[in-house]
Design a protein around this ligand. Structure first.
Ligand code: COA
Length: 396
């Protein structure tokens, strides 16, 4: 009897198992359209990325991360007056600083706690201190989104200092978000090239349509949960090595290869061993990720500034071999780590840095979801048994 029931859930007739009108199964929801959205467009065949109508290449050339956050949240570019007010709010100490009790809480964590664990825990705790915590209206969510965007760099930098036994550095309201982050990490004013590179990296990571972490944030928001909870969901999804964690894995690979002269043989062996090469492949792009070229250029410029271009040389060889053997292209995570490493940033901070930027996208998506909400509740393709006869414990 059991076998018979199980056999009804085979591949051939599995769509009949669910009583709703069901689409054919798409593993990993590949190409499934979940909802309309006006925030971000990806052309996977032409390799284009558009935020609110603007090509990311133009934003990299002419905009700033701060302006991009306004664009993503408000749906349009700001006037001079609006931008000035926005810059002031994002840079203010009131918005950037962490509650002293949160710093005390960070100091209680074991030093081995990873920066992503700290970020996930810290954002969750920040909601307890937020004056708008109980208000889920659009204006309050905008204020919370801005505060979180201003607080995240302080949180990431504070943990870097605390885990090294140093005192956190107070935010400097005269520095932009990128420059201030680098300053709070090291205690030294960053070079203009480092600040500009970091700002561009933030622009490039700010949004990417319905990627896994944004979808997680939207699913959370769609229950009418608050923006802090949605961001915690986003951080949790970003943490995995198939998503934001890939940039750390790329750098671990570069560290293993060490010498550009050994890269060719190393990567051939990895491919022969059927290894998944981090920083390559994408669910949507069928050509090179449009963000990769910017990060490659910046990683090279920064490498030249610090007198070490070996990481970029290793990655260039990896790109050549993986492209020829597997016909897959670099994604955003391939070169970003080499740029961050040239700024002296530890490898396990790469994914938190990704989150410091993607917070702009997550929060824009929460605002959009709340603006036209319906609970996100898909169906499963049930392949288990049905109608099993319950056997009392005494008879098993
Ligand atoms: N290294 C080696 N092979 C890869 C690969 C990679 N990075 N990415 C994809 N492939 C291969 C798979 O082995 C598979 O080949 P097969 O059909 O012969 O089995 C094929 O390409 C499709 O891979 P699949 O995992 O089904 O694609 P996906 O759309 O589910 O995965 C990613 C997309 C991003 C998860 C995937 O490309 C990956 O794991 N990349 C590495 C992690 C990474 O860089 N993530 C950051 C994304 S921005």
């Amino acid at each position: 009897m059991v076998e018979e029931v199980v056999s009804t859930a085979t591949k051939e007739n599995r769509t009949t198992m669910t009583d709703a009108a069901v689409n054919p199964l798409k593993a990993g929801l590949e190409d499934v359209v979940v909802s309309p959205s006006e925030i971000c467009y990806i052309d996977g065949h032409k390799g284009r990325l558009i935020y609110r109508g603007y090509d990311v290449d133009d934003l990299v050339a002419q905009s700033t991360f701060e302006e991009v956050t306004f664009l993503l949240w408000q749906g349009r570019l700001p006037s001079r007056k609006e931008l000035d007010a926005h810059l002031k709010a994002l840079a203010s100490t009131a918005n950037r600083k962490l509650p002293p009790k949160l710093i005390a809480m960070l100091k209680m964590l074991p030093k081995k706690t990873t920066p992503m664990e700290v970020l996930r825990t810290g954002v969750s705790a920040l909601s307890a201190f937020d004056p708008d915590a109980a208000d889920n209206g659009r204006e309050a969510t905008l204020r919370k989104s801005l505060r979180l965007t201003a607080q995240l760099p302080t949180l990431v930098a504070a943990w870097e200092r605390i885990r090294r036994g140093k005192a956190p550095v107070a935010p400097n309201p005269r520095l932009n978000l990128a420059g201030n982050f680098l300053y709070m990490m090291s205690g030294k004013k960053p070079t203009p090239l480092a600040t500009k590179t970091f700002d561009i990296a933030l622009i490039l990571h700010a949004d990417h349509e319905f990627n896994a972490s944004t979808f997680a944030a939207r699913v959370t928001a769609a229950t009418l949960s608050d923006v802090h909870s949605a961001v915690v969901a986003g951080i949790s999804a970003l943490k995995g090595p198939l998503h934001g964690g890939a940039n750390e894995q790329v750098m671990l690979m570069v560290e293993k290869i060490k010498d550009p002269a050994k890269a060719d043989a190393w990567i051939h062996k990895a491919l022969a061993d059927k290894a998944r090469i981090m920083g390559f492949g994408h669910r949507v792009y069928r050509v090179e990720d449009p963000r990769a070229k910017h990060l490659k250029r910046l990683a090279l410029e920064l490498g030249q500034q610090v007198g070490d271009t070996s990481k970029v040389q290793i990655l260039d060889t990896v790109v050549r071999v993986v492209g020829a053997e597997k016909h897959i292209f670099p994604n955003v995570d391939l070169y970003s780590g080499a740029a961050y490493a040239a700024m002296g940033i530890s490898t396990d901070q790469f994914t938190p840095i990704f989150a410091m930027s993607r917070i702009a996208g997550w929060t824009a998506h929460v605002l959009e979801q709340h603006g036209n909400n319906r609970l996100i509740r898909p169906r499963s393709d049930y392949t288990g048994a049905i109608d099993l006869k319950y056997v009392p414990l005494s008879e098993r």
